[in-house]
Design a protein around this ligand. Structure first.
Ligand code: ATP
Length: 219
């Protein structure tokens, strides 16, 4: 297995003179799933966007295999980001969307029965949960070294959450994952490294007890 490493080091970011992220350092490598938990508005999405390169900060550095990373739009095979909100144009058909990601739509529709026969349906015609599931599959399966998933579970029913975990497991020997979600049970089930983001800092956690001690879960 080729082992790639992703490190975000000493990341700081302020909005309107309010410090959102203060000296954050996290890491991830091929084969691992890094979870980031934290309350609403603590900066999880911002941190993922900084790692991806769509939000810029002068303070801190992102390294891939020890070398300063370029923003992902310059090297799209390195880091993929599932944003928190829908990103596929509603007028695109599933078939076209999968083509754009160099993936075969039938690999998806064969595995997720409720999509059979919908290959030429427009994304905008699907329910929110279904279009989200298609987006998540695309991001997990597309060629990349690292996949950042911002709230992949929240909009999905339990069966679909399990499917997403399965797809991550399938790709895990080739990629590293960083996942942030309010569904902490799903994150805890799949991650092997866990950070709590609080007061602009990351705290490494070993499980529920540490999350409770950090004030994220009730004692
Ligand atoms: N472009 C922006 N301009 C100003 N403030 C911003 C901007 N983006 C985010 N913020 C603020 O930064 C803070 C962190 O936002 P962020 O979306 O990263 O939090 P989050 O932990 O992902 O929240 P949630 O769990 O609700 O998705 C919030 O207070 C938010 O209002």
């Amino acid at each position: 297995m080729v082992k790639n490493t992703l490190e975000a080091d000493s990341i700081r970011l302020s909005y309107n003179n309010r410090l959102i992220l203060s000296d954050i350092s996290i890491r991830c490598e091929t084969g691992s799933v890094t979870g980031i938990l934290g309350r609403n508005g603590c900066g999880k999405s911002t941190l993922l966007q900084i790692i991806f390169g769509s939000t810029v900060t002068q303070d801190g550095i992102i390294r891939i295999n020890g070398v300063k990373a370029q923003p992902a739009f310059k090297q799209p095979w390195r880091v993929a980001l599932l944003p928190q909100f829908p990103f596929l144009p509603p007028g695109l058909t599933l078939h076209k969307a999968f083509g754009a990601f160099e993936l075969n739509v039938s690999d998806f529709t064969e595995r997720v029965p409720q999509f059979r026969g919908l290959e030429y349906e427009q994304i905008g015609e699907l329910s929110y949960g279904m279009s989200r599931l298609a987006e998540i599959f695309l991001l997990i399966k597309k060629e990349s070294m690292f996949v950042l998933l911002d709230e992949p579970f929240s909009a999905l029913p339990p069966v679909a959450r399990e499917q997403v975990q399965e797809w991550i497991e399938e790709e895990r020997n080739k990629k590293g994952f960083i996942i942030s979600d309010h569904d902490y049970d799903s994150v805890l089930r799949i991650c092997d490294r866990l950070y709590l983001l609080r007061d602009g800092k990351t705290w490494i956690c070993r499980g529920r007890d540490d999350l409770a001690a950090g004030g994220y879960l009730p004692e």
